[in-house]
Write a protein that binds this ligand. Structure first.
Ligand code: HEM
Length: 413
């Protein structure tokens, strides 16, 4: 079988310079039919803003559940336990599952978490400031959002580091038997851990999201056991793999654009409260952490930009490319922290629009404001060639980001 691809969409080289590849795609092949990562199936890669946005909204013809498109993959009980959540469902089922947790993520409820997010951010910096350097990913960007989501759910925050390997196992593509075995081992540990936690919380409910979900499950028809597990797993993974990378990608972008950073610091010093929220939107557009949406399946024949996509085919919507489309954004390759309006697709669009967007925005705002304020002269401490990305097609995720800062750093505000 010919396994060659016209466009490299998976290598380390691609990850470092993805936006150049996306520019070529948008221009020459905006709906590209090409082999996907496993090199045995083909997918349609959509790269223009207009098409990506329309496809995200078209959630009756482009669906998440492959069975609705007549595609049936072999599944195991473990798959069911992990993949029966809102992001894997469509229509009424999707609405039911989303509505069970929606209330916890409204902007108002999330705003009340600010002091707690600030406390986590300060504690993490207190621990590293005397050192003068850290790996921003491991020492700050990872533990911050992870602690926040675990605390919201009611999972012991002290167990934070155990989730990293479990979460990684869930999002790493399985391409060989050894990876498959290891993934099953880790994910079984994950579900065993949750099973124990559920039993404990059933005995003694608390004021957390998990207790609310357990009550919904016990009430009968609103949430099955598989859905309960999957919802917890989805929220834990979303809390682990997204804001983490946004924080790291943003620090790298600010480092590479010192003029923009200086303007932002001046605006913050002048008390401009809109400056950081606006900057976060631009950082989501410029180098957001979710590069592609999860695959959609054509439930009927559809046409995108003149290409006919037959029922049952997979469609990959490249958010990172849409966000750099010059048809939608002036000078898209330019980081402009004052860009406004900024209709980026970094949180997706339509029915599956990111449930955690208010939380992610708050976390990024607190994280970046605190880093800039408390670590004067914050800079990336290795040459560009030493930076590498995790091999995850969906995410733009730095393996590590060594940073250093000037003096002793400063106290919490
Ligand atoms: C910067 C951080 C984040 C980014 C860039 C991001 C991005 C996204 C995107 C693009 C989607 C849509 C995926 C698709 O349509 O295929 C999504 C969905 C989702 N996100 Fe986020 N996310 C972030 C943080 C979070 C956080 C912190 C949570 C909460 C714990 C969260 C929870 C969810 C959930 C539950 C969905 C599925 C919604 C549904 O199916 O209705 N996300 N996110």
């Amino acid at each position: 079988m010919d396994t060659s691809r016209e466009y490299d969409l998976y290598s380390q080289g691609f990850k470092r310079d993805a936006y150049r590849t996306f520019a070529r795609l948008r221009e020459r092949e905006p709906v590209l039919h090409q082999l996907t990562l496993d090199a045995s199936t083909e997918g349609w890669f959509v790269s223009r803003y207009q098409d990506v946005e329309a496809a995200l909204r078209d959630d009756t013809r482009l669906v998440r559940d492959p069975a609705l498109a007549g595609v049936h993959f072999p599944t195991s009980p473990l798959d069911e336990l992990l993949n029966s959540h809102m992001l894997a469902r469509d229509g009424e089922d999707h609405r039911r599952l989303r509505s069970l947790v929606q209330q916890a993520f409204t902007p108002k409820r999330v705003a009340a978490l600010r002091p707690q997010v600030q406390r986590y951010a300060d504690e993490l910096l207190d621990a590293v400031i005397p050192r003068g350097h850290m790996d921003l990913v491991a020492d700050f960007a990872f533990p911050l959002p992870t602690s926040v989501i675990l605390a919201m759910l009611g999972v012991p925050v002290d167990d934070r580091d155990r989730f990293r390997a479990w979460s990684n196992a869930l999002i790493t593509p399985v391409l060989d038997a050894a990876t498959a075995d290891e993934a099953v081992r880790l994910l079984t540990q994950f579900t065993d851990y949750l099973r124990e936690l559920f039993a404990e919380r059933r005995r003694a409910p608390q004021d957390d999201l998990l207790s609310g979900l357990l009550a919904a499950e016990e009430a009968g028809d609103r949430l099955s056991e598989d859905e309960l597990f999957s919802t917890m797993v989805l929220l834990i993974v979303a809390g682990h793999e997204t804001t983490v990378n946004l924080i790291a990608n943003s620090v790298l972008a600010l480092h590479r654009n010192p003029d923009q950073r200086a303007r932002l610091e001046r605006a913050l010093a002048a008390g401009d409260e809109r400056a950081m929220p606006r900057a976060v939107e631009e950082l989501l557009r410029y180098d957001g952490s979710v590069e592609r949406a999860l695959v959609r399946w054509a439930a009927e024949d559809v046409e995108i930009a003149g290409k006919r996509i037959p029922r049952g085919d997979g469609v990959i919507l490249i958010l990172g490319s849409a966000n750099h489309d010059p048809q939608r954004f002036d000078h898209p390759e330019r980081l402009d922290l004052e860009r406004d309006p900024n209709p980026h697709l970094g949180f997706g669009k339509g029915a599956h629009y990111c449930l955690g967007a208010p939380l992610a925005r708050l976390e990024a705002d607190v994280a970046l404001t605190t880093l800039l304020r408390r670590l004067p002269g914050l800079r990336v401490d290795v040459p560009d060639e030493e930076l590498s990305y995790r091999p995850l097609p969906m995410f733009k995720a730095l393996e590590a980001l060594p940073v250093a800062w000037d003096a002793a750093g400063s106290e919490p505000a």
